[in-house]
Design a protein around this ligand. Structure first.
Ligand code: NAP
Length: 219
């Protein structure tokens, strides 16, 4: 299996890429600049201590990966998809991690989308036919992902309107140690997940921590 990152050069892509590569998954970092993709992959490989991550342009990454994380800023998600629209292939699964929020007076606030829908639902309409969308990994802080020495010890909520995509992403998430992926149902659940992230960010601020994340008891 080879997973890719559309915009894998930021902190969220970094944490996920290194965690999956450390679990022996083949990883490709995509970037708008091939050079930046290669240079970023080299840096991640140095952290990993082995050459498990490749760097490419986003277009090249889409040509060789079936499961692709969308790890760009939330307000750039549609533009990012549109810029490589014709390079997607039928059967690919896009995993959206974006959370639209802003900071006002020291607090995180959710950025409401028109019609009250989630960022995931908003970008779904821009995907080429045959590409399936899942929303997942939205509630894990990048700072935790980035510190590979820290056990994740949490749940990952996966939602999608495609049962096949949900199953594939649950299987993928289950590769990570100390992670229990949960089937969170249809894509509409992304509305809840995105807001849960805002709560976690504000709890971090209140309690002066960086690692607030979710673990459900009773399941
Ligand atoms: N930080 C957290 O704790 C956290 C938690 C959960 C979810 N998230 C979500 O994770 C996502 C990524 O966060 P981040 O902080 O890693 O993002 P970031 O560093 O701001 O951006 C990641 C990469 O996106 C690419 N990019 C930017 N604008 C683009 C555009 N118009 N088209 C295509 N690519 C573009 C850039 O890569 P190139 O210039 O190399 O192309 C950039 O390095 C966000 O949506 C955020 O909401 C973050």
């Amino acid at each position: 299996m080879q997973i890719g990152f559309l915009g894998g050069t930021g902190i969220e892509g970094k944490g996920l890429a290194i965690r999956f590569a450390a679990s022996d998954v083949s990883v490709v970092i995509g970037s708008r600049s091939r050079e930046r993709g290669v240079e970023t992959a080299d840096r991640y490989n140095t952290i990993l201590g082995r050459k498990s991550i490749q760097g490419m342009s986003n277009q090249e990454m889409l040509a060789c990966c079936d499961l692709i994380f969308l790890t760009v800023p939330p307000q750039q998600a549609v533009a990012a998809i549109q810029s490589v629209h014709d390079h997607f292939r039928k059967g690919q699964i896009l995993i959206d991690v974006t959370v639209p929020m802003l900071f006002r007076q020291g607090r995180a606030e959710y950025v409401e989308q028109e019609g009250g829908i989630s960022n995931s639902e908003a970008l779904a309409k821009h995907l080429p036919e045959g590409v399936q969308l899942a929303a997942a990994f939205k509630t894990i802080p990048a700072h935790v992902l980035e510190d590979n020495a820290e056990s994740l010890n949490c749940n990952i909520f996966v939602c999608s309107d495609s049962e096949e995509a949900r199953g594939a992403v649950i299987e993928l998430a289950g590769i990570l140690p100390a992670v229990r992926p949960l089937d969170a149902g249809n894509l509409i659940t992304a509305r809840t997940l995105e807001r849960m992230t805002v709560l976690a960010v504000n709890l971090n601020r209140k309690y002066k921590k960086k690692g607030a994340r979710y673990r459900i008891e009773g399941l």
